[in-house]
Design a protein around this ligand. Sequence first.
Ligand code: ATP
Length: 245
Amino acid sequence: MIAAAPSPAIDARGLTRRFGARVAVEDVTLEVAPGEVVALLGPNGAGKTTTLRMLAGLLAPTSGSGTVAGVPLTATADAALRARVGLLTETPGLWDRLTVWTNLLTYARLYGVTDPGARVRAVLDRLGLADRTNDVAAVLSKGLRQRVALARALLHAPPVLLLDEPTSGLDPAAARDVRRLVAELARDGTAVVVCTHNLAEAEALAGRIGILKTRLLAFDTARGLGVRPGQVSLEDVYLARTEEA
Ligand code: ATP
């Protein structure tokens, strides 16, 4: 059972991140409740990954403030945040020469997980990876690496889960399994932010959808954004919002 995050699980206020003269993310305010799934949509370079990295404590905001799982988003909060946040990035970050088992066991120990071996086994089972335990990470296909990376993000049962394109490169069955897993985790109280280019996935998974293009152009339920099944699709809304911005 996952410890419920304080409410709201994510409370970000006016997050801004510059890289030199470039403003990657500007004035993003986002609240996510425990058990809520939020999808972040946006064109390439819109600032989705940068936003997740700030929420995970990997990147300090240039300005703005907030808390994630009760931890303030300050420049020194990264270790405390890492313990409370699961982050799946686009680059799985596995040790190529180590087996799946050793990769995950090492992370479980780094996270200070109680009974790391049992936890690794449970997460591998949950992600359908039990038969890959002894494979060296280097030989895994792209989709399998993605699944192992997701397993890693879940090892410490974080109350906040940040997923950057979690189903990209997965076959349809594996993608469906990941969506089911995300829905289950949310039912258990995990707050989830998913960045995706897959609009159907966003609609299927998320209670609220944010449309980001450096700024958060909209943040609402599909209906609140103007989606009307059979008349106005999420794609219509997304394209209208991002093209006019
Ligand atoms: P995609 O959908 O292509 O993954 P994204 O919405 O995740 O894009 P980001 O990766 O957050 O976008 O990038 C936002 C902007 O910030 C881009 O212009 C990118 O070039 C810039 N950027 C991101 N990281 C850095 C960095 N470390 N140094 C300089 N610029 C960066």
